[in-house]
Write a protein that binds this ligand. Sequence first.
Ligand code: COI
Length: 373
Amino acid sequence: MSLDASKVKVTRVETPSKPRPNDELVFGQTFTDHMLTIEWTADKGWDVPEIKPYGNFSLDPSSCVFHYAFELFEGLKAYRTADNKISMFRADKNMARMNKSAARICLPNFEQDELIKLIGKLIEQDKHLVPEGQGYSLYIRPTMIGTTNGLGVGTPDRALLYVITSPVGPYYKTGFKAVRLEATDYATRAWPGGVGDKKLGANYAPCILPQLQAAKRGYQQNLWLFGPEKNITEVGTMNVFFVFKDSKTGKKELVTAPLDGTILEGVTRDSVLELARENLSSDEWIVSERYYTIGEVEERAAKGELVEAFGSGTAAVVSPIKEIGWNGNDITVPLLPGEQCGALTKQVAEWIADIQYGRKEHKDWTRIVADLN
Ligand code: COI
């Protein structure tokens, strides 16, 4: 059976919870009343989707998810618009990426639009819990796991797709807070032929130890380098952008690494590139997806050509960078005077928020899934 949103079975909680005050919302710590679950078997395909009270699963300890990391996830958000509707941002991109991740680890694909409709129905149940205000949103976490029992290593013949949602506030409570990064070449996040472009849980656990090591030296995140050239790839769990200014021509360049299989195909990354190409004058700007190295950053900083840098991801949207530890020195990344970010970082955050909160329309990037009026 293919995934069919019209078959969904809904069991509601008896007593819906009350929204928490915005200042109590910590990223990913509280969840809404309901979750969506859909079981899959190789024999029957996708079973009837269920929306039911949030709760524990019961799984056999030999389930392949626990042993061989058959797990992938997505992260996307829904926003409360000024006219009190709930709008999802670029869900189609997340669904497409989720299917690519699933295919890579032999978990089943699904009808993308059906899952978007089901997530819409899930949000509808808990719409009163979607927080209001700029910076606040509902974080949506679709997940798929292999649930085949037994320790044989092979293609799962059972899977569970589920979605939970969490009301969240701004990543940085006091507005932007620029971070210090440690350029990391002794540990590698992703490599050619690997799975760095897929959103697999297995890509995240190995990155915690290098982060702790960087933290001991006073840096919040790793700036992941790759290869003998020491190409800049990503930062922490985000894509990363740098801005350089050619001191001869005065032209600025917004640069990020190309999607060569080692870089996560970030939805925010894609949105930044598209909005920058649309809004920045090509007389003054170049927008590039190209390889660039920590050596180039170091050299251009020394020449006064490093303008700003920021990470991009669904959780924080943009995350400004103020310093990069490399080779025993700290490279200073400029910030606007008295502020915690650069000019383009601020601009990009505004462009994206305007679309997410429904103040501006952009193509088919938003989809209304519930109405609180
Ligand atoms: C994001 O930036 O949205 C992420 O991927 C972080 C997430 C793993 C919490």
